[in-house]
Design a protein around this ligand. Structure first.
Ligand code: SAH
Length: 354
């Protein structure tokens, strides 16, 4: 069987160098050889660990935040409870458990998962075995009704393009072949009108990134939330207006060369929250809030203390470490940011107030 490296080399030989977004999309979602298509990459045995896999507290607080927003908006009787890129389904399971005591919420919720990987859909089905779940290929296909949604580490998996500013204009970074091996190179100079605003904060030699898939996803969410009500919580690593090369490959929890093992390691890039904000209309967006601040405002410390009462020994130590990992500024607390999307007529979701 051909492997993904051979497939990519053959593509480049036939068509010339590949853009970074094409390379990323091929590595992650090639129908038979892609990283997400062929495996469950999460957890201690896998390549990376996400917040819901670190502690149940993360999903519980997200669930209560969404349920509180639903109540504040009058508790619509039928709504979509959705997640983009649900991984193993752990976050959705924690949301459903934590909100099961909110009167009316579970009965009104229609669970919708947007997932590209058939393999991970199977894992999600097994995790959520007691619930009726509908899967969708894209955010655009979500039903036209109130939408309460979470996306944790979804946008960082969307393919980016990279451009280097030179004295004559922008040149696009590409993946080509040098002596039979994959290597980075630069395409020809080409005008990039969409990058005009980046002339103000860059100098020659700077590299910037652009994610074309952010806008259509945000617009699909925003249109539903503004028209029918709801909210979206977007949680990811990144910052406002990213600068520099943030393409990163992870394998067995270690950073590796993004070209070394296509399809066998996770590829992500920092999320540029300015791009999320720019596509947030017609609904409105909150300011970006560090994950640690968001979780503290939602009461993670009180929740951690309640859970700690039932624990001893190594379980208690793991629990204390998980709380720290999710919230401490030197761990995930600052690197990860949260942005909320909500109707122009409503107040922001709890934890994301200015
Ligand atoms: N949210 C989960 C998993 C994050 S990993 C958690 O916090 O644990 C990224 C997830 O997004 C995976 O489920 C992956 O298969 C999915 N994914 C990546 N690109 C996607 C795309 N373009 N469309 C739909 N799902 C995608």
């Amino acid at each position: 069987m051909i492997d993904l490296l051979d497939h990519i080399k053959a593509q480049i030989s036939a068509n010339g160098p590949m853009r970074i977004d094409e390379y990323m999309a091929t590595c992650l979602l090639h129908p038979t050889l892609g990283y997400y298509t062929t495996r469950d990459p999460l957890g201690a045995q896998g390549d990376f660990v996400t917040a819901p896999e670190i502690s149940q507290m993360f999903g519980e607080l997200i669930g209560l935040c969404l349920a509180q927003t639903w109540l504040a908006q009058g508790g619509p009787k039928s709504f979509t409870l959705a997640e983009l890129g649900p991984g193993r389904g752990t976050l959705m399971a924690d949301i459903l458990r934590a909100t099961s005591n909110v009167p009316g919420f579970a009965d009104a919720a229609e669970i919708a998962l947007v997932e590209a990987s058939p393999k991970l859909r199977d894992v999600q089905a097994a995790t959520l075995t007691n619930h009726k779940v509908t899967w969708f290929d894209t955010a655009d296909a979500l039903p036209d009704q109130p939408l309460y949604l979470v996306a944790n580490e979804f946008f960082d998996a969307l393919p980016i393009r990279q451009f280097i500013r030179t004295s004559q204009g922008w040149r696009e970074r590409q993946v080509g072949l040098t002596d039979g091996a994959l290597g980075f190179g630069l395409g020809p100079m080409s005008p990039q009108p969409a990058l005009a605003h980046r002339l103000e904060d860059t100098a020659d030699g700077d590299l910037i990134e652009d994610c074309a898939q952010i806008a259509p996803v945000m617009q699909a969410l925003s249109a539903r939330i503004e028209t029918h009500g709801g909210a979206a919580l977007i949680i990811d690593y990144g910052d406002w207006r990213s600068l520099g090369d943030t393409l990163q490959a992870l394998r067995a929890h270690e950073q590796t060369d993004p070209l070394a093992a296509p399809g066998d390691c996770d590829l992500t890039a920092h999320v540029d929250f300015e791009q999320l904000a720019a596509a947030a209309t017609p609904a409105q967006h909150t300011r970006i809030t560090p994950q640690g601040v968001f979780l503290e405002r939602l009461g993670i410390t009180q929740r951690a203390q309640v859970l700690a009462k039932t624990m001893t020994g190594p379980t208690l130590e793991t629990h204390i470490a998980a709380h720290r990992r999710l919230t401490h500024p030197s761990e995930m607390g600052n690197l990860f940011k949260v942005m909320g999307l909500y109707p122009t007529t409503q107040t922001p979701p709890p934890g994301l107030e200015p």
